[in-house]
Design a protein around this ligand. Structure first.
Ligand code: G4P
Length: 291
């Protein structure tokens, strides 16, 4: 069963973004570098049409560098769009983001025409981390300024560079079933929206296809051929057995095994993994969107 996630309050966010975007020079969309297609919110492109877009592939330290390069090339080929990859907690890479904004809106800068940037991203993608890194010691919150509500926080990065936090919550919108599993695996959708065993098995299907060597090394599995013709449950059972998640009678506790696989993917313990390529994501979209 595909994961069903019904985001609330999107209409409120939509209106707030429409109002805010008029005075914005560059829209930054933070994406999870391990699932760039799935962590994008399709509504955003619709609402900010025409504004220069900076796609920030965050958590690059957890992602597969070869696949990050594919996603960067994909976004850089789009008109008015630039992509950078970074780890939001590192100050130096975050500064590249400021440079990239100046490149996208070269007519902005200086006290008379400060750069105004809107930062958007679904929950857990690293928005707070990035804002805190960029704020450093220098910036001050100006949430109590006239016309700026607490939800629409303006952060001064430099005298001529303002960052606006997204007004309202930008939830992920699941438009293909694979995105649901990838978002759940990454921790971006609520725990009550999915079953761990189901998500772990989908995760294992991707890992088996593209990163079997990492799985093998982490869980001391036999050769890939051993699992040929078997389903992902068999793989999960074997992982549970190796990790000692046993019930009475030698049965494996699949729930515990699933939690281990998901946790180790999120933490990067399994290795640097990206769950989707631009080509795969385009195929899923073409194969039909969820109703
Ligand atoms: P949000 O505002 O978009 O909801 O996300 P937030 O900054 O709270 O980040 C969500 C989690 O992702 C945090 O981990 C944060 O440390 C981690 N994170 C953010 N950016 C990066 C990155 O570039 N690389 C890595 N590896 N992790 C990143 P957490 O476990 O929820 O909390 P904690 O570790 O900060 O305690």
């Amino acid at each position: 069963m595909a994961i069903q996630w019904f985001p609330g309050h999107m209409h409120v966010t939509k209106k707030a973004v429409i109002d805010r975007v008029k005075e914005i020079d560059v829209v930054i969309e933070l994406l999870d570098a391990r699932l760039p297609g799935s962590s994008a919110n399709p509504m955003l492109a619709e609402l900010t049409l025409g504004k220069p877009a900076l796609k920030v592939l965050n958590k690059q330290d957890l992602a597969d560098p070869a696949r990050t390069a594919l996603w960067m090339a994909h976004y850089n080929a789009l008109p008015g769009t630039q992509a950078i990859a970074l780890d939001a907690s590192e100050p130096a890479p975050a500064q590249r983001l400021v440079q990239a904004c100046h490149g996208l809106a070269p007519n902005r800068g200086g006290m008379a025409k400060p750069m105004r940037v809107l930062v958007c991203g679904i929950p857990n993608v690293g928005k707070s981390t990035l804002i805190n890194t960029l704020k450093g010691k220098r910036a001050a919150k100006t949430g109590d300024e006239a016309g700026i509500t607490r939800l629409e926080q303006r952060i001064t990065i430099a005298d001529d560079f303002y960052l606006y936090d997204t007004p309202g919550m930008l939830w992920p919108r699941i438009i293909v079933p694979q995105s649901g599993y990838h978002l759940a695996a990454s921790g971006a959708v609520g725990r009550n929206a999915y079953e761990e065993e189901e998500v772990a098995q989908e995760l294992l299907a991707v890992l088996r296809r593209s990163y079997f060597g990492l799985l093998q090394a982490r869980y001391r599995l036999g050769a890939a051929e051993v699992f040929e013709g078997q389903d992902e449950e068999a793989l999960l059972t074997e992982i549970g057995r190796k990790r000692g998640t046993l019930l009475g009678g030698g049965r494996v506790n699949l729930q515990k095994a699933a939690e281990i696989v998901i946790y180790e993917f999120r933490a990067g313990t399994l290795g640097r993994i990206t769950l989707e390529t631009p080509e795969e994501f385009a195929q899923w979209l073409a194969a039909g969107q969820l109703a």
